[in-house]
Ligand binder design. Structure first.
Ligand code: HEC
Length: 393
């Protein structure tokens, strides 16, 4: 008996990552909403910036936000930070199990990756650390003093990192990795800036000093970035399921990443505007703009054909291609030792199988080059086009 450890471990970590991610993003959405729903007026204690009344779960909550801090600290103070930390830790572990453990299959593209597997892993790690250092540097530089200029700089920086990744790694890995770079920036914002600043404020209060407002402002700037990055990072994290997104990443992946940032950021902006209480014209443009960009993205990506024109392809030819490039894994009893059953339940042993899985095959091996995994058999663009032309008949 051989246990498929990579799958089992990967599955458990993914489960954890989903749960921690939901907890983090859930609290993050809640606090953003809370912040934006604070209203002034009425009788509020000294130092209170605003208050919000909430009904939920059979009772009423009355929340007041103190800016910078209350005069005296309560005996019990709740912090929200482990959601972010464990999301990062579980995400990093998942990256390790999927893309480092299986580096040759998932991380690397033999036609592109100029490194051996260990070096590729180090480069991937360097991107995670480098992304944070570059971002943090930008925020602390003169650029960081202007919200809009900084936002533009961070946007361009992420696209630049995305472009670099798509030149070095497999299409699929590059997309997950840009998600990981953004996720790292977001968690590091919590770990290195937001929470430490909050701790300084608390320490000042305990020592009877007046905390400097700069700590709070810096934390708020980072929170704002996290807010706008939430939706894009979610899609990038699940992009591995959508080869339609990462197909051809080396050529135009940077543009796809840019558009995902704009769509996700636009939708986020809608909710931010709604929650501060604006109505009418202020809310009209975000969804239409996101929808138009989404439509443009779909049309653009669909129009990118391989440009290879072919004579009609015979069934025998297609079976030979699949036999050469797919069946070692996608069989009832795979010849490839890494698998005991057909991966993802996809068996490709005869023409009926090909018809049954036609859409998935098109997405995985024709529209994108996600399959054959790691392309160890060196499937060519012409073979992909042949497979595609037969499947689309
Ligand atoms: C080295 C082994 C290997 C080879 C060769 C291979 N695959 Fe796969 N395939 C996998 C694995 C592993 C998965 C599961 C992917 C994952 O975990 O994301 C998979 C998944 C798939 C899926 C399902 C994707 C989904 O989730 O919808 C399709 C379709 C597919 N492969 C088609 C192909 C085709 C077509 C070929 C040949 C051109 C091919 N594969 C060659 C290992 C392989």
């Amino acid at each position: 008996m051989e246990i498929a450890w990579q799958d089992w471990v990967g599955m458990m970590i993914r489960w954890l990552h989903l749960a921690t991610g939901i907890a983090w993003i859930g609290t993050s959405f809640y606090f953003i909403w809370l912040d934006q729903s604070l209203r002034r007026g009425g009788q509020v204690p000294e130092g209170v910036q605003g208050e919000s009344w909430i009904v939920h779960g059979g009772g009423f909550y009355h929340v007041q936000k103190y800016m910078v801090a209350p005069e005296r600290l309560p005996a019990e103070l709740h912090w929200f930070k482990y959601e972010a930390y464990f999301t990062w830790l579980s995400g990093f572990a998942l990256l390790g199990v999927m893309y480092y453990w299986g580096a040759e299959s998932f991380l690397m593209d033999p036609a592109r990756t100029p490194f051996s597997a260990p070096v590729a892993i180090l480069v991937s790690l360097a991107f995670l650390a480098g992304g944070w250092l570059a971002y943090d540097g930008l925020c602390r530089s003169a650029v960081g003093r202007h919200t809009a200029v900084l936002a533009l700089a961070v946007f361009v920086m992420i696209i630049g990192i995305g472009w670099g990744l798509t030149q070095l790694f497999s299409d699929r890995a590059a997309f997950v990795q840009i998600g990981a770079v953004i996720g790292t920036i977001m968690s590091a914002n919590v770990f290195f800036v937001i929470i430490p600043n909050q701790k300084k404020v608390v320490a000042d209060l305990k020592a009877g000093r007046v905390p400097a407002p700069a700590f709070g402002l810096q934390a708020k700037q980072r929170s704002l970035h996290n807010n706008y990055l939430t939706l894009p990072v979610l899609l990038l994290m699940v992009s591995a399921h959508y080869p339609i997104l990462f197909a051809g990443a080396a050529s135009w992946g940077w543009l796809v990443i840019a558009l995902i940032l704009l769509i996700g950021g636009g939708v986020r902006h809608f909710f931010n505007t709604l929650h501060v209480g604006l109505r009418g014209a202020a809310l009209l443009w975000q969804w239409p703009v996101a929808a138009i960009i989404g439509l443009a993205l779909a049309i653009f990506l669909t129009s990118r054909g391989s440009g290879i024109s072919l004579a009609p392809v015979s069934e025998a030819r297609v079976l030979a291609i699949v036999d050469r490039h797919c069946v070692s894994c996608h069989a009832t009893t795979p010849a490839n030792n890494s698998f005991t059953t057909a991966p993802a339940g996809v068996r490709l042993e005869g023409p009926e199988d090909l018809r049954r899985f036609a859409t998935q095959i098109l997405n995985q091996a024709v529209v994108s080059k996600a399959m054959p995994l790691g392309n160890a058999s060196g499937m060519t663009d012409t073979e992909r086009a042949e497979l595609g032309s037969w499947l689309r008949r």
